[in-house]
Design a protein around this ligand. Structure first.
Ligand code: FAD
Length: 433
């Protein structure tokens, strides 16, 4: 299937690009970022701050997964066995968040909803408690701050919790930000820093003499540039013209999320993020200062499908209700599904590829909001020096050999097998890796 079919773009049907395509007048930026989600935007902002003339190509900058994401900055509670290397990058980004948020707010005058209210991970039965005990042991091995609480202590912190809560982990260092506000502020910051926006799809990468030289847009216009950053989220593996051996092995991982409103008479409903593993499935509730309560999230391997399903909504509400029974009183204001850009090891692909002139900033999967500050810094460094800084070296795209890259990208191009209409089990909640 051609790349543009999944993008539902009105522009995408009309491309006839070739060597004769018109060149965008006056447009030959130092850096061209394909994809204006939070990762592409932070890259563009930081590049422009370093004096590079920068452009972003995206039909809807500031859209993407950030419009759905919960915004947990959960380096400690999202820790999984085998992901200790990723933990280092997550912690580094969490450390940079206060300065990053302050700088972005200062640059734009916009509040990001950055809230240092902490997280409480709880267990409802003996199995879940055993799982949480294991997570606690792993956190301690990694020198992370988390405190084991009894069920009673958990309820003292959060009185709306179900009486059956058997214990929990208090992690004051896992914070939150509002991803929609983050995306909006990044668009504004880019505009103020002089970044140019091309509100179209990039249809193909142009490569001349084994070097990436720019893109052809959906209207046929060519843009030439010194360096291209591919930051197309879950679509990163689908840009035409990218040679097989550097195509990022990124796939879409669907997540459904609900938004509820906490009316004034119930506030404060929860004072921090509350999350749990309920019968083996992850569920979280993220309370925002503006009264929004985000409940998430499913994790489904269904290609680019973003249908909100009855099964997904049911499971989220059922599990969230077991945790915090009072949620059934709250108005349900929104249901939505988005696509995480998943990578084979759940970690991002950052920096130069084997194709000169092409860099990647993609594959941030569950942690893209958390990793926004460090990604911007890492890519700006790579764009100006050609090197990855120390903290990002484990995340070089080169860690996936050409064989895996091409194979995974090809399989991601295949349409998902349609699920039988009667199979609600197509939705399952997030499992620890
Ligand atoms: C349900 C859910 C919950 C989440 N919760 C959290 C959380 O609590 N904490 C956290 O840290 N992260 C969370 N995430 C993950 C986070 O949202 C993502 O990792 C992050 O938003 C990815 O950003 P991105 O810019 O790489 O990709 P995207 O947001 O997908 O943006 C990619 C952009 O590229 C554009 N694009 C693609 N191809 C082209 C092309 N050819 N031409 C032009 N434009 C193109 C698209 O239009 C899009 O705007 C969650 C994600 C989901 C779905």
């Amino acid at each position: 299937m051609p790349a543009r079919d999944v993008r539902n773009s009105p522009d995408s049907a009309s491309i006839a690009s070739g060597p004769d395509s018109p060149i965008h007048p006056g447009s030959s930026p130092d850096v061209l970022v394909v994809g204006g989600g939070i990762i592409g935007l932070v890259t563009a902002w930081r590049a422009a701050q370093r004096g590079l003339s920068t452009a972003v190509v995206d039909p809807e900058p500031g859209g993407g997964a950030a419009q759905v994401a919960a915004g947990m900055l959960a380096a400690v509670t999202e820790l999984h066995y085998g992901e200790q290397t990723l933990l280092g990058l997550n912690l580094e980004s969490a450390r940079r968040y206060p300065g990053f948020a302050a700088e972005l707010t200062e640059a734009t005058g916009q509040d990001l909803g950055y809230r240092r209210s902490g997280t409480l991970a709880v267990a409802l039965d003996a199995d879940d408690r055993a799982h949480l005990r294991e997570l606690h042991a792993l956190q301690r091995q990694c020198d992370l701050e988390s405190e084991w609480l009894t069920g009673r202590e958990c309820r003292r912190l959060e009185p709306m919790l179900a009486p059956g809560v058997r214990g929990g982990l208090r992690v004051d260092g896992d914070h939150q930000v509002d991803p929609r506000r983050l995306a909006k502020a990044l668009v504004a910051a880019c505009e103020r820093a002089g970044v140019t926006f091309h509100r179209l799809w990039a249809d193909r990468l142009t490569v001349v003499r084994d070097r990436a030289t720019g893109v052809v847009l959906a209207d046929g216009t060519r843009i030439t540039t010194g360096q291209v950053v591919l930051a197309g989220g879950s679509l990163s593996g689908r840009l035409d013209g990218v040679p097989d051996d550097v195509l990022p092995p990124v796939r879409p991982v669907k997540g459904q999320v609900l938004r509820l409103a906490v009316p004034g008479q119930y506030a404060p409903f929860l004072s921090r993020t509350v999350r749990a593993v309920v019968r083996g499935s992850q569920v979280y509730l993220v309370p925002r200062e503006n009264g929004e309560l985000v409940v998430g999230a499913t994790s489904e391997e269904l290609g680019w499908d973003t249908t909100v399903t009855a099964g997904g909504v049911y499971e989220l509400l059922r599990d969230a209700h077991e945790l915090v029974p009072g949620i059934t009183e709250l108005p349900l204001t929104e249901t939505r599904a988005g696509l995480r850009p998943g990578s084979p090891d759940n970690a991002p692909l950052l920096g130069p590829t084997a194709l000169p002139g092409l860099l990647l900033a993609t594959g941030h999967h569950r942690n893209g909001v958390l990793l926004t500050p460090v990604t911007g810094d890492v890519l700006a460094h790579a764009l100006t020096t050609g090197e990855l800084p120390e903290e990002a070296r484990p995340f070089t795209p080169a860690r996936f050999g050409p064989a895996l890259t091409a194979r995974t990208a090809r399989s991601a191009l295949t349409e998902p097998t349609p699920q039988p209409a009667t199979e609600p089990a197509a939705t399952f909640t997030e499992q620890p890796a």
